[in-house]
Design a protein around this ligand. Structure first.
Ligand SMILES: [Zn+2]
Length: 332
């Protein structure tokens, strides 16, 4: 069995920087015609010049690829300059959560004037959504304040990133047309039992952490529902092996090598293979206003033996055998 469709768009991708960037970017470009690249480099992408430099580094690694750029929201963000440099999204990292740093403010309301300009210039607000185990207050605040902003700025498009809870799915469903959410392949496939079941698997440690069956079920239903405000964002976030062992393991999963095969399994299980293209190729582009592509990808029902190491990183599903593969990747 084969499945050919428009080459996908990844609405949430980490490419890192320096020597490792090239391998990660090439891997992503093999499967995705375009991707929205996250700005949490070290230091983060804050200005138009940062953004241009980072895009240049990516396109040097993969000359014919189309990375879409984002910046980290801060109170002095020069929105007209960022727009002119090609920014399509501003990322909000709430204080107290993963990736937040000293520039993070306490609430979205701290950025009122920045958000008003983003609305005016057509830049999407991308919200790092996380449900920390240790803070019920933060868990609910990020979602509630995002919804509040969607009403206060009705022309500001808002994407709740890597949602993981039933409550978040419901909130997006009930929100206005300017609110959407990305879903990752790992949150759709795995639960906390896979991560901390009989043995702890550091390669399934991500933020937000994997949840239980009830939440995964809600995410799966949203993914295959055909609702255009749920679309794919891999949140593929590679870490070199030294950061995945020892006493301080970093959150992040290198899902890119297996993300499309996992989604094909999932959509086949739900008897919804025909809905896969919308989820990975159509809805995200439409929400971001990105042109479609004539490039295609073909998936084939052929076993994929996942290696124990890819691009110097332990990939998701390392050592496992998946029933679907991407045909093009084998030809490269
Ligand atoms: Zn991320």
């Amino acid at each position: 069995m084969e499945l050919t469709f428009q080459k996908p768009f990844d609405a949430h991708l980490h490419l890192r920087q320096g020597a490792v960037l090239s391998g990660y970017a090439r891997r992503a470009a093999a499967f995705f015609e375009s991707a929205l690249v996250m700005p949490n480099t070290k230091p983060p992408i804050l200005t138009a010049d940062d953004l241009k430099r980072y895009r240049a580094a990516i396109t040097t690694a993969v000359p014919n690829w189309r990375p879409l750029m984002s910046f980290q929201i801060h109170s002095h963000a020069d929105i007209p300059a960022l727009k002119a440099a090609g920014a399509v999204a501003g990322k909000y990292y709430p204080a107290g959560l993963t990736n937040a740093d000293s520039s993070s403010c306490q609430t979205l309301a701290d950025f009122d004037s920045v958000l008003a300009q983003m609305e005016e210039f057509g830049i999407v607000l991308s919200v790092h959504c996380e449900a920390p185990l240790y803070s019920e207050e933060v868990r609910h605040r990020v979602l509630d304040e995002s919804l509040e902003m969607s009403v206060r700025f009705p022309n500001l498009k808002i994407v709740l990133e890597h949602i993981s809870l039933e409550r978040e799915v419901e909130a997006v469903r009930l929100a206005g047309e300017n609110v959407a959410a990305t879903l990752t392949a790992h949150h759709l496939t795995f639960t906390a039992a896979d991560f901390i079941g009989s043995k702890l698997n550091p390669h399934l440690f991500c933020k937000p952490i994997l949840q239980n069956e009830k939440h995964r079920g809600a995410l799966r239903a949203a993914a295959v529902s055909g609702n255009p405000r749920f679309f794919f964002g891999s949140d593929s976030a590679p870490h070199l092996p030294e950061f995945k062992t020892g006493t301080a393991v970093s959150p992040g999963i290198y899902s890119m090598p297996v993300t499309l095969p996992l989604l094909a399994c999932l959509f086949e299980e739900a008897d919804s293979l025909t809905a896969l293209e919308s989820f990975v190729s159509v809805f995200g582009r439409r929400f971001y206003g990105i042109p479609e592509t004539s490039e295609k990808i073909t998936m084939i029902k052929k076993k994929l033996k996942v290696p124990f190491e890819t691009d110097g990183v332990v990939p998701l599903c390392a050592g496992a055998e998946l029933p679907w593969s991407v045909k093009e990747s084998e030809e490269k």
